[in-house]
Write a protein that binds this ligand. Structure first.
Ligand code: GUN
Ligand code: ZN
Length: 412
């Protein structure tokens, strides 16, 4: 076949549409040309495509997974430590991130990170880097898939080597923003504790002027909230700190958002800011359960995320498993349809790529994952429940293949 020739992938096809609806074809077809989806539907509807262009697959195709909150610089220690957030950061994570001052160290771990995430079916994401500018560029060069990246801005209340490596003002960010471009560089005040109100205000201005995304953490653990409120006595609450700085908009992605008051939830809803919901991380650090009932009631947009390395696994199948388990344990109804939607289309929308990826709509990038076929005739719901069952390691290697822009990246 020539490069420009279309390929019709034949297999099961599961396409998320909304939190409640998906489209399933037991015998489906996905027509791909030049890295783009041309058409998706029942295999029988592709009567115009010659047999020589058909590639038979044993399994079910779903859109590539999207992880909207992950720390690539914590991947090598993911799940290794479990304790309250602030102790975890100070005792283990910050000292570990200081190592990314070394380019060789960063290169090695960047390669491992993107090999593992693409193997697990993640084709797009938004990641925190350490404060170091060079490590950020190394990750941008090594990326497999469509990754938005930002170096953590930490001017204070952290170990001195990290604060020294951090950009101290918007001028220090400008070259990075220019190198990656505003659709790839993410303005990343790590969390309120690491930044002054003045710095956050200038970052909010930069976000508005540049059109870049903003990522930060909000309301993860009670101890964190207490420390943050001590540092900002003038603020009404944690959310107010970011709101005053102009950091909340539909291009903001806020990790966790667990212990929010009605006023804070309402503020997020009015600003149109996104929540990165990280159930596996919240379980691992004992941070609590995001109030999905209130988030739904107020229509706050959210997508799922692993938050590696607090989250023990980079597998979005693992995140979906923990999402279902955590809310079901609290007797809140959640479905496999929603789990898949929040890990694909919602993620793409969260990252401003809703027209580019996230489902099998014609014209979108051909990013997709092959999952094992059902062993016997079963509904797509029961099949998905089976796909999400098992240990973390099983889930990380469950995908049989990952395609990015129509190119196969990883095979079993
Ligand atoms: N809050 C500030 N930094 C971090 C981090 O690295 N991980 C998590 N889970 N929360 C944070
Ligand atoms: Zn995080």
């Amino acid at each position: 076949m020539n490069d420009g020739d279309p390929i019709l992938y034949r297999g099961g096809l599961l396409n998320p549409l909304t939190p409640d609806r998906w489209e399933y074809h037991e015998d489906g077809g996905l027509l791909v040309q030049d890295g783009r989806i041309q058409r998706a539907g029942a295999f029988g509807s592709f009567t115009d495509i010659p047999e020589s262009r058909v590639l038979e697959l044993d399994g079910v195709l779903v859109p590539g997974f999207v992880d909207v909150h992950i720390h690539w610089v914590q991947h090598h220690v993911r799940g290794r430590f479990q304790m309250d957030l602030m102790e975890w950061l100070r005792e283990h994570i910050w000292p570990e991130e200081a190592g990314f001052a070394e380019a060789e160290f960063a290169r090695r771990y960047a390669q491992a990170f993107f090999a593992d995430t693409s193997r697990a079916g993640t084709t797009m994401g938004m990641a925190y880097s350490s404060p170091h500018a060079e490590a950020l560029q190394i990750a941008a060069d090594a990326a497999v898939g469509d990754w938005l990246l930002g170096n953590s801005i930490m001017e204070r209340s952290a170990p001195e080597p990290l604060c020294r490596a951090s950009p101290e003002n918007v001028d220090a960010i400008a070259p990075l923003l220019e190198a990656l471009g505003p659709s790839r560089y993410v303005i990343t005040p790590r969390f309120a504790l690491n930044c002054s109100a003045e710095l956050m205000k200038s970052l909010g201005d930069l976000a508005r002027q540049s059109g870049a995304h903003v990522q930060t953490h909000l309301s993860e653990s009670p101890i964190e909230i207490r420390e943050v409120m001590e540092a900002f006595p003038e603020a009404t609450d944690y959310t107010d700190i970011y709101d005053r700085a102009g950091l909340l908009s539909p291009r903001s992605v806020l990790g966790h958002c667990i212990h929010l008051s009605e006023r804070e939830l309402d503020c997020l809803a009015r600003r149109g800011a996104w929540i990165a919901h990280c159930p596996s991380s919240n379980e691992a650090l004992g941070s609590g359960r995001m109030d999905i009932e209130s988030v739904r009631r107020l229509g706050i947009p959210f997508a799922l995320a692993s938050d590696v390395g607090a989250g023990p696994s980079h597998s979005m199948l693992h995140v979906m498993q923990r999402f279902l388990a955590q809310h079901r344990e609290a007797h809140v109804p959640v479905t496999v349809r929603e789990a898949l939607y929040r890990s694909t289309l919602a993620g793409a929308q969260c990252l401003g790529r809703g027209n580019e990826a996230g489902d099998f709509a014609p014209g979108k990038r051909a990013d997709f994952v092959l999952l094992p076929a059902p062993e016997r005739r079963t509904s797509p719901e029961d099949w998905m429940e089976e796909i999400l069952a098992g240990r973390q390691q099983d889930l990380e290697t469950r995908p049989l293949g990952t395609w990015i822009r129509g190119e196969r990246k990883a095979a079993a």
